[in-house]
Ligand binder design. Sequence first.
Ligand SMILES: *Cc1c(COP(=O)(O)O)cnc(C)c1O
Length: 450
Amino acid sequence: MGIHLRAEVDALRRAAGDELARIFGAEERDDDDTATALPVPPPGAAWTQLIARRTGERLDAAVGRPVRRVINATGILVHTNLGRAPLPPEVARELPRLLDAYCDVEYDLASGGRGDRNDRADRLLCALTGAEAALVVNNNAAAVLLALAAHLDGERRQVVVSRGELVEIGGSFRIPDILAQVGAEMVEVGTTNRTRLADYAAVVGPRTALLLKVHPSNYRLSGFTAEVGAAALADLGRRSGVPVVVDEGSGLLRPHPAPQLAGHASLSELVAAGAALACGSGDKLLGGPQAGLLVGRADPVRRCRRHPLYRALRPNRASLAALEAVLRLHLSGRPLPLDRLWPDADEHRQRLEEAASRLPGAEIVPADAYVGGGSAPERPVPGEALSLPGDDALLARLRTGEPPVVGYLRDGRLILDLRSVAADDDEALLAAVHAARDDETPFSAAEGEE
Ligand SMILES: *Cc1c(COP(=O)(O)O)cnc(C)c1O
């Protein structure tokens, strides 16, 4: 028994040592401190746990800690660096039960035969947007790619797009590059600031595969500008037998009453306007998981579904399940995390006062929140936030505390905007602020600069 245990421990130590050495670098393999630093082995499971813990600690140091929950007190609701939209808690709670089991994602339980991975989400999307058909892919970049690729056909390879919409969305998603990737011939029309319907009409011909309209996301044209709306473009498309594809971007399903989103055409409006396809993200204004949505007429959606690229771009089961659940919430009309940006004024004031009363030095001050995710970048959502004495050092301690809290500095004060914080996280936020401030010494900022 003793010999057996010894052999097991040696094997474990060697395995952990080699694998860690690959991550930590070559020197570690030589000095082999994993082996020397370990104490005389206690029996069985405890030893295994000890190795697991040590390995975990050293991995954290070498490759960084695992992805963690973060409290987003920036007031930017769809925060791209913080994982975009948070899922509704009732959806997030159910997800893990699907992940450690099998599920009927592509199986029809009634017949015992193969099912369609997309069926449910498609029907929900159609119900929500009035589209004839819908398809879900991995993200919106994939949706745009697929929509373009599926409409290029033999000699028909020209994609007509306004010079005002040849944008980079971020992360090198550049419209001209995407067009080049799928082998489309880009036909630019109009000027940077003004594009008219006649500009499109002048170039449409037998080689036109589609008319493309792109929401410029976090880029704005203002002043002497003109663009052609989806309805007018779709009308031209209908008359000339050319489909119109619109990259809406945000995944806004229906018109939103907030003034910040006025003028942002939703997927349902684009479908009603006659777009063959409208593409949007799952994790921006829709408030779901990372996903790309294609909604529109039956034939163009079928083309996308049958295109060989679809298999490479399809969503994973966890995203699909989360998306379905979020779409069901949209249909039920229940509040979603996006609604946090426009809270009931009295309730929100009460929440702020409660928090301020427990944080010495806190005040309630006017502050702007933002939708984020490329939507309405110049349309702040006015309101109130917490303001506390603070500096860069406090900001850093909050970021590196447990749970990490991300706020911002304004005029030498720390601002924490609760509109991007779930009410359930208020206690954790207060505790994190207390912990970060108790650490504070008058010289901490100076020491940090050393
Ligand atoms: C966000 C966005 C994209 C990219 O969507 P992902 O889901 O991040 O792939 C593309 N186009 C527009 C207009 C966008 O706003």
